[in-house]
Each structure stands twice: as C-alpha cells, then as structure tokens.
Ligand binder design. Sequence first.
Ligand code: ARG
Length: 291
Amino acid sequence: MKKYLALFLAILMALTVFAGCTAAEEEPAGTNKFNLTTVKEGYLTVVTSPDYAPYEFYALNDEGKPELAGFDMYLAQYIADYLGLTLEVVPVDFNGILGEMAAGSADLAVAGLSPEPERAEKMDFSEIYYGGKQAFVTTTDKAEQFPDLASANKAGISVGAQSGTIQQELALQYSADAEQVTLVKATEIIAEVINGSLDGAYVEWDVAESYKKQYPNLHIVCEVPYENDGNIVGVAKGNEELLKYVNEAIKKCVDEGTFAQYLEKANALAAGEKYEGMLDEEGNIPTEGLG
Ligand code: ARG
C-alpha cells in the first residue's frame, strides 16, 4: 500500500512539475482587443535590461528565486493588459536593446529609455511616462574632491557609464578630460565606483538613489543637465496603431495614480534582496553574479 502511495505521489509530483513547465512556456495568446499587429500574434514582446533598479531588476522571492520586478515591468504588464495581449519579456544587455528594436524583433523596449533623438531612427517614442533625471556619483570619501560637476572634468581621474546609454554621452560631454570607462552593466559601473577603481560615474538619478540604500558610501554629487530628460517606451518603428494604444495605456496608468503605486512598490522591493543582471539559461542567478 505504502509503495503505491509513494508511486502515486511521485507521479503526482511529476505531473505538477510538468504542468508548471508547460503553463509557463505556453501562456495562451491574449484576446488582442484592438486587433494590433505584433511580432507574435496575441503577445506583446518587450525587451528590457534588468540591471536597473528600481526601473527593472530581479527581486528575490521568499525562496531566493529571482522574479522580474521594477516600475517599468509593472507598466509593461499594465500596457499588455490594456491591449489584451500576453506579456513576454525578453531580457538583454542594454547595448542590445537598440539592435533588437532596429531588427524588429520586439514590439516595445521598456528599459528606462531616454528620448535621445538619434534613437528615433530605430524606434518610435511613446509619451514620457516618468520624469527621470541624471546624476554624477562618487564615494563619500571623495566628496570633497568632487564638490560639483566642473570638478568631474580633469585629467587623471576616471569616470564610468553604462555602454550604449546617454550617460556615456554625458561622460564625454562633462568629463572630456577624464579617462572614460564604459561597462555593459550599470551594476558593474557602481561596483567599480564603490571599490575605488572609478572616481565617479554618470547614472540615472533614481538608480543612484536606489544604490545609495545598498552602499551608504555612494555619494550623489549633483544633477547633470541633459536636454532629453524623462523616460519613454520604445515602440516598434512605424507601428502607429500600437503607438497610439500604448500612449493611451500610459496616460491612463499615470492619470489614475496606478503608476505612482508602481513607483512605491518598485522602490520598496529594490531596497530588499535583489539581483541586477542577466540570468543563466535555467533562470538562475549566475554564480559569478553573487557577492
Ligand atoms: N536612460 C538611459 C538611456 O536611455 C539609460 C538607460 C539604461 N537602462 C537600463 N535598463 N540599464 O540611455
């Protein structure tokens, strides 16, 4: 009897695991309320770069498993629901985002994107959904050395920015005489500032604020002027219908106060256990990503 029970339990377990897998892989297509043309019918394919708390990152759940989080991700879900499409998020490194959009392999890019005019060749821009701004950071022990933005422009110092971002341009503009270092992940940039390999870095203001909670010796020197401040959703170039409804969804989300709740939730989760970067093929945190 016991033997049968064990066998039964084993089968049951196998079935649940199996059901779990297929459910995750084959989430049914949405109703596609507005009859939109998307990369995959009935789905909203969204590229992001989850190294950017509180915009997009992995929050660790009670079992320590990474789950996509961040106000950009909640907004993406809101837009998908509004359109009646099933959300499919594709994480890539930030410098891959423009390429994915140019290649037409995603419907949206939701990645704390700034409306940099050059990008308009590769994607259309939604209305601004968040008034993000830019910051120059260093560590508290170097605060006196960097009292203002002008002090970030001299030979003999090194400043960093994430590759492919507008912060890379800001570094060139405001720290022309300094050594410029670009790294693939925002996380790496901050890590280098904290360990002293970099003297300073250019990052999005909210990202700096979020890191400050994790590294109290991170010091925000000042806001960095940038003419295209604010964040937009990148929309597949030429998909006018999609752009129209994405803007509708954003407007509703912001106007009704839902987006403000997303900000709060994302900031709370970003202050807890998290991981920023890409997962391995099994959806786990790569071991070199720990510590
Ligand atoms: N706002 C900046 C830009 O558009 C940086 C965005 C970085 N995003 C990210 N998910 N790492 O260039």
